[in-house]
Design a protein around this ligand. Structure first.
Ligand code: GLV
Ligand code: MN
Ligand code: MN
Length: 420
């Protein structure tokens, strides 16, 4: 911490105003946002972010999957940038803070350094990653996955949403298909709301994130037979929804009986023909499994497959299981995690170590650069919900930790005005 400016604080009111202005784009009646990736509202959010970055004197570049990189020069132009970022896309009924916080916090760090006349040794970069949520297009963490070399650009551009629109067409339609190439990153920091109850219930302001749960996502297609709800005897039905319902219960059972932070969710289901007096002949659904240990995550997936085969026979349907996302549990860089902890300590903020149950772009960035995350509490631990909420004080505290951790890593070359 010796190279940082201990008394320097970000402008919490300015950060809050930026978050609230951004949240007007795609605002929903219950106070959340619907800013699905690569839609016109996503474009509006991106345009606002780009304008603010340019006004802050940053140079903006966009890569082939639409990731936005805004750079503030450092004294050493050869040094790889210290990057801060997250995502601007949201869930269909998402909140104001998931993703937006990490991007706006990065921008607030830059604005603070501009006000203070601080030049860092390494350049700084604020990044907005494309399609973190994975809600409209799979795979999730799409932009950071391409940047980190986990996916090729070609393989994700051909992915289609439920309406059959491709990523490539959606990107072109909003004007965010750029040409920037992947570049070296000196360190990556992501600030985020916790999205769970640990910090709030322990009255702790800062979560020092150690890593994130591994995930396996599946698409399941169930084919039975449409038939009349009256004349068709129960014992001959090929009811795809009964099979799907049994699978939902199995996913829940697996997640509640396996150890190591096991989680299991069916969050999406389409039933056809969806008519009250027709035995459903077709279901499409998703399964999301998570765990802190890779071996346990694999065991959960094996158990899912075993139960699926049994249900298939018992329900006289055909069930197809396709894995669409897999990443093992990730561990963040001890040196950067320590910088986050030290920043919290130096600022006198309560803090604790925590594991992220959610996926973040940091998961893939950690494969190409030392990475760490800063968590702040959210009300009731609720996220992926329009009512998602956080306090201005916690939002500011997390951004102050981000500022000091970033400065510890980037170094200060020069500090001319209002610096203490
Ligand atoms: C990302 O929001 C996730 O599913 O964890
Ligand atoms: Mn997020
Ligand atoms: Mn999310």
């Amino acid at each position: 911490m010796q190279q940082t400016i201990p008394a320097k604080q970000i402008d919490g009111e300015r950060l809050w105003r930026a978050l609230m202005e951004l949240a007007r784009i795609g605002a929903t009646p219950k106070g959340g946002v619907r800013r699905l990736t690569l839609t016109d509202v996503d474009r509006q959010g991106r345009d606002l972010f780009v304008r603010w970055c340019r006004e802050a004197g940053m140079e903006v570049r966009v890569d082939g999957i639409g990731n936005i990189f805004a750079r503030r020069a450092g004294a050493d132009a050869q040094a790889p940038p210290v990057m801060m970022g997250s995502h601007l896309d949201s869930q269909p009924s998402g909140g104001k803070f998931d993703g937006a916080y990490g991007v706006m916090a990065g921008l607030e760090v830059i604005r603070t350094l501009n006000d203070a006349g601080v030049t860092t040794r390494a350049p700084l970069e604020v990044t907005a990653w494309t399609n973190e949520e994975g809600s409209r297009f799979v795979p999730t963490l799409m932009g950071s996955g391409v940047f980190a070399g986990v996916h090729t650009l070609e393989s994700v551009l051909v992915q289609r949403d439920a309406e059959g629109i491709s990523v490539k067409d959606a990107l072109n339609a909003i004007g965010y298909a750029g040409e920037a190439q992947p570049h070296r990153v000196g360190a990556y920091f992501e600030a985020h709301i916790e999205q769970g109850p640990v910090l709030e219930s322990s009255k702790t302001t800062i979560g020092v994130v150690q890593g994130a749960l591994g995930q396996r996502w599946f698409d399941v297609a169930i084919a039975g037979q449409d038939s009349h709800a009256g004349p068709t005897p129960m014992e001959t039905r090929q009811d795809a929804l009964v099979a799907a319902s049994r699978l939902v219960l199995e996913v829940n059972r697996i997640a509640t009986t396996f150890p190591d932070y096991a989680r299991g969710t069916v969050g999406f289901m389409q039933v056809k023909p969806n008519s009250r007096n027709v035995v459903p002949g077709e279901v499409r659904m998703t399964v999301d499994l998570r765990n802190a240990k890779d071996a346990t995550l694999s065991a959960m997936a094996e158990e899912l497959k075993r139960r699926l085969r049994a249900i298939e026979t018992e329900c006289r349907v055909a069930m197809e299981l396709r894995e669409v996302v897999y990443f093992p549990p990730s561990e963040f860089a001890p040196e950067l995690v320590a910088a986050v902890r030290q920043a919290a300590q130096a600022l006198g903020l309560s803090h604790c170590d925590i594991v992220s149950g959610a996926a973040h772009d940091a998961v893939y960035l950690s494969r190409v650069a030392p990475t760490a995350m800063v968590f702040v509490p959210c009300e009731g631990g609720i996220s992926h919900n329009e009512i998602e909420s956080a306090t201005p004080a916690d939002i500011a505290a997390g951004c102050n930790v981000l500022l000091h951790a970033v400065l510890a890593k980037a170094g200060i070359a020069q500090s001319s005005r209002k610096a203490a």
